[in-house]
Design a protein around this ligand. Structure first.
Ligand SMILES: [Zn+2]
Length: 121
């Protein structure tokens, strides 16, 4: 029979057979993570994306910077998990955010670009 392990930290469990976690801490961590992985509503995703777009446009137009560190982006509230599209050029993955794109150039450094405006057909 397989040894039962904690669902959170994977340490072997002893004691009651119906136990799933070694303690309350692991139980809370597990449930918080599962809840935070629930899909966000359309409104929340839109909010995140428009915030990302605002941050990129601030960097490009107000500061005139085309390179930015991941740390600085995060500090401004940039959310790397959401983007509007992906493209692959010269073996680099470009993450799109509306009319902008960003690419990881070196570790922890992103370059930002403005994409050609798509013609509405
Ligand atoms: Zn545990």
């Amino acid at each position: 029979m397989r040894e039962k392990v904690c669902l959170e930290c994977r340490k072997p469990l002893n004691g009651r057979r119906d136990k799933k976690f070694c303690d309350e801490g692991c139980r809370n961590t597990y449930h918080n993570r599962i809840n935070s992985e629930k899909p966000l509503s359309v409104r929340s995703v839109n909010t995140i994306l428009s915030k990302n777009r605002k941050i990129i446009s601030q960097i490009m137009y107000m500061k005139g910077e085309l390179e930015i560190t991941e740390q600085k982006l995060s500090g401004m509230g940039f959310n790397f998990e959401y983007f509007t599209g992906l493209s692959n050029e010269n073996n680099k993955i470009y993450h799109h955010c509306y009319e902008f794109a960003y690419v990881s150039e070196n570790k922890g450094i992103y370059k930002v670009y403005q994409l050609p405006i798509l013609e509405e057909s």
